[in-house]
Design a protein around this ligand. Structure first.
Ligand code: PEP
Ligand code: MG
Length: 755
């Protein structure tokens, strides 16, 4: 290396000595800059530290005016130093002053230096500061020199992260090591939680950065890579990480990366500059993470995520660290923070200690979100870099109402949330008091409130809410959280426990609704252009009768001697119902022949989710025992707006004339044919939706467990006839000047109803 004294390895060793000396933080920094300047034959070496207020402060310098230390402060969008920090990328210039971003600070006296090499001080992809060397001459810093400076910056990153510099900072301008953060994401599961962060994949803490034996460290890396590669191969064969929802091609990309030469070469290069194997991995991983956070191309981001994952595996391999924290080690108020996790992983945590969940990925239809809702844990997804910004044990707030996430919240925010939680608890207590009360409107209409459920963990909610039964048991959830097809015995066991727990209360089992957004990781699905309108639910069941028949058999056996209710999802034509019903009859015959005790009664219904059924109600109703409206799908198909696509899902209001007219038609036809009609989509889980439904004649609803309290307390105050009178004209004649939602809100306000 040109002009360097002793090269980077010597420098790293000297730095290690300085790090161990019992001197003040400022002395240590001052010695470090002198060492670096000397080693790199630079006239200037300066350390800038990123502060919590988002600015960069000069903390130490060799070569610039000493009086500028702790005086020079610049914005992150200012000058070359700002550019290095904001882009988390090195800048290497022979003539810094001709760069458009160059900004001259007279107090530093830097106008005489022409060449500039600045590197970000990175930790877990987050910028903590900038390390700069400068020379008077138009010097051309080599790639090796750049690499060496990056390596050196890691030592500074550890020093900053250790909190040692806090004593040098003015109040409110501390280093941004553990800054307060307000992040935003999408609500996956409602509720508010305060607690302490638990990293699902804890970061490995590196104690030793500086290598004593470089060939030995290179060998350690090679061994770890070989072990990681064979791990990835095994995983691919077993499809083990497939339960995280990843698909085969992603796993293949994984394998490709595990053999990526560029990546491996960069880690080796980092070790050659004097780092231990783990520090070399972290150095490259930190760059990858920084790039990932700034990448806008979703494909590139995905790939960088994969690399980040692999680096984690490699690190664990090197350090011999176990995967996830043991469930017994959870704090009492754990908020799990993960990039992404599978549904089974969440179920592995001790429910009693779980308070909330934050994911960097994870859309509302992800399987882990479904489990979070079933467990009643507030969860927010798509929170950028949450796992990179949080440290284990940090105080965290998850607002599963607004989608806000606060890491290390300030006292005023925390106090406000404590109040909100208390208020919610008071409300819950009020709802709890209504538990045993029949749900009858003020004008005497009894409304049956049932629950939507799908997992064993849902069952205690029947007792807790005092619900009339389970109006929708989503049988596919058992399939979705499993790692392979649940066998008929496992299905039977689940259905039996459900029926036993429900006791006398009715349970309506929906046959498998897989396909669409409900992907089974272990079932290879063909690519579909429009999966929601594709080969799913009863369509798949009728085409693959083996699957549907074994499920029906399990249901019939679980209900032996009892009443059973089954319904079919996504029926589009009457004939599909007839075929499904025939299957039930075949299974009954089979069981009878084999000497099983049959259910005392079997009622078979249909979900109204496809608009074509609206025009077949007179044909359909005489055949069925009941109808249950799936308003989630019905709305998506009525408006032709994908329920899972955030660009369009909020565009059309389900509380609007076209939807409510359709719902009114179904209720009317049900009455005409004397067949019970219920509704189990999300619409019933909002007080405003329940108000409309009861007004237009629904007497049975099926809701998310947490909605039973608010909906019931509203219904107890509702005069259904009056509500109908308020909205009837709009439904008959259309919206003019006022929307249906506005009309209902006015009505609710005048009646003092809590929506
Ligand atoms: C619905 O579509 O409204 C429904 C209840 O079914 P799911 O949400 O499971 O598709
Ligand atoms: Mg549906």
């Amino acid at each position: 290396m040109r002009g360097a004294m002793g090269g980077p390895r010597v420098l790293l060793r000297r730095l290690r000595e300085v790090m161990a000396e019992p001197v003040s933080a400022q002395d240590r920094l001052d010695r470090i800059v002198v060492l670096i300047a000397a080693n790199m034959v630079a006239e200037v070496c300066s350390v800038y530290v990123l502060r919590v207020d988002g600015t960069l402060e000069l903390y130490a310098t060799e070569g610039l005016n000493k009086e500028a230390v702790h005086q020079t402060v610049m914005r992150i969008d200012e000058g070359l130093v700002g550019l290095v920090a904001s882009q988390a990328n090195a800048i290497n210039l022979q003539d810094a002053q001709s760069h458009p971003a160059f900004s001259y600070r007279p107090e530093t006296g830097e106008e005489i230096y022409h060449s500039f090499l600045g590197v970000p001080i990175l930790r877990a992809g987050n910028t903590l500061g900038v390390l700069v060397v400068q020379n008077r001459a138009h010097r051309n810093y080599s790639e090796e020199e750049e690499e060496a400076l990056q390596t050196t910056a890691m030592v500074l990153a550890e020093m900053i992260a250790s909190g040692e510099l806090a004593s040098l900072a003015k109040p409110g301008a501390e280093p941004a090591v553990h800054p307060r953060r307000h992040l935003r994401g999408n609500v996956l599961s409602e509720g508010i939680a305060l607690g302490h962060a638990v990293l699902h994949e804890p970061r490995v803490v590196i104690k030793n950065f500086v290598a004593d034996d470089i060939p030995g460290e290179l060998k350690r890396l090679d061994d770890a890579i070989a072990a990681m590669r064979s791990d990835v191969d095994v995983m691919l064969e077993r499809g083990e990480i497939a339960d995280g929802g990843e698909h085969k091609d992603i796993l293949e990309t994984y394998r490709m990366f595990a053999h990526d030469r560029g990546w491996l070469a960069r880690m080796r290069e980092a070790i050659r500059t004097g780092l231990t194997a783990e520090a070399g991995v972290e150095r490259v991983q930190s760059d990858t993470r920084a790039r990932m956070l700034r990448a806008t191309d979703p494909y590139l981001r995905e790939r960088l995520h994969d690399l980040d994952d692999l680096a984690n595996r490699l690190m664990r391999q090197l350090m011999g660290v176990e995967h996830a924290p043991h469930r017994d080690q959870l704090p009492d108020n754990a908020i799990i923070v993960a990039r992404m996790m599978g549904p089974a992983a969440l179920l592995d945590y001790d429910r009693k200690r779980l308070r909330g969940l934050i994911l960097e990925e994870g859309g509302p239809t992800s399987h882990v979100a479904i489990v979070a809702r079933a467990l009643g844990i507030p969860a927010v997804g798509e929170v950028e870099n949450a796992a990179g910004l949080v440290e284990s044990g940090d105080p965290v707030i998850v607002d599963g109402i607004s989608g806000d996430v606060y890491l290390r919240p300030p006292p005023d925010i925390e106090a406000a949330y404590v109040e909100r939680v208390k208020l919610r608890a008071r409300k819950q207590a009020q709802y709890q008091a209504l538990r045993g009360r029949a749900c009858v409107t003020r004008d005497g209409h009894e409304i049956a409130l049932h629950l939507n459920a799908g997992l064993l963990v849902d069952l205690p909610h029947i007792e807790e809410t005092g619900a009339a039964g389970i109006g929708l048991f989503r049988t596919e959830l058992q399939f979705m959280v499993a790692t392979s097809f649940p066998r008929i015995g496992e299905q039977l066991a689940l259905y039996r426990s459900v029926m036993e727990t429900a006791g006398e209360k009715p349970v309506t089992f929906r046959t498998l609704d897989i396909g669409g957004d409900k992907v089974l990781p272990y079932m290879s699905a063909s690519e579909e252009e429009n999966p929601a309108m594709g080969w799913r639910a009863i369509r798949l069941g009728l085409d693959r009768p083996g699957l549907m028949r074994s499920q029906i058999r399990a249901l019939l056996r679980a209900a032996s001697g009892k009443a059973l209710r089954i319904m079919f999802p996504m029926v589009a034509v009457v004939d599909e119902f007839d075929q499904g019903k025939l299957m039930v009859e075949h299974e009954l015959t089979y069981l009878r022949r084999h000497g099983h005790t049959l259910p005392e009664r079997v009622e078979i219904g249909v979900m109204v989710e496809v608009p074509s059924l609206l025009f077949q109600l007179d044909d359909l109703l005489p055949r069925v025992d009941f109808l249950s409206v799936g308003s989630n799908d019905l709305c998506q198909f009525l408006f032709a707006a994908d329920r899972g696509n955030s660009h369009v899902s909020g565009r059309y209001d389900p509380i609007s004339v076209p939807v409510v007219r359709a719902l009114r038609l179904i209720a009317r036809k049900g009455r005409e044919h004397k067949k019970p009609v219920t509704l189990c989509g999300e619409l019933a889980s909002k007080p405003i939706g329940a108000l409309v439904l009861v007004a237009i004649g629904y007497r049975s609803l099926s809701l998310t467990p947490s909605a039973v309290g608010p909906v019931k307390s509203m219904l107890l105050e509702l005069d259904a006839e009056k509500a109908l009178a308020a909205i009837g004209p709009l439904l008959d004649h259309g919206e003019t000047g006022v929307t249906l939602r506005q009309r209902i809100e006015q009505f609710a306000a005048s009646e003092n109803l809590q929506l």
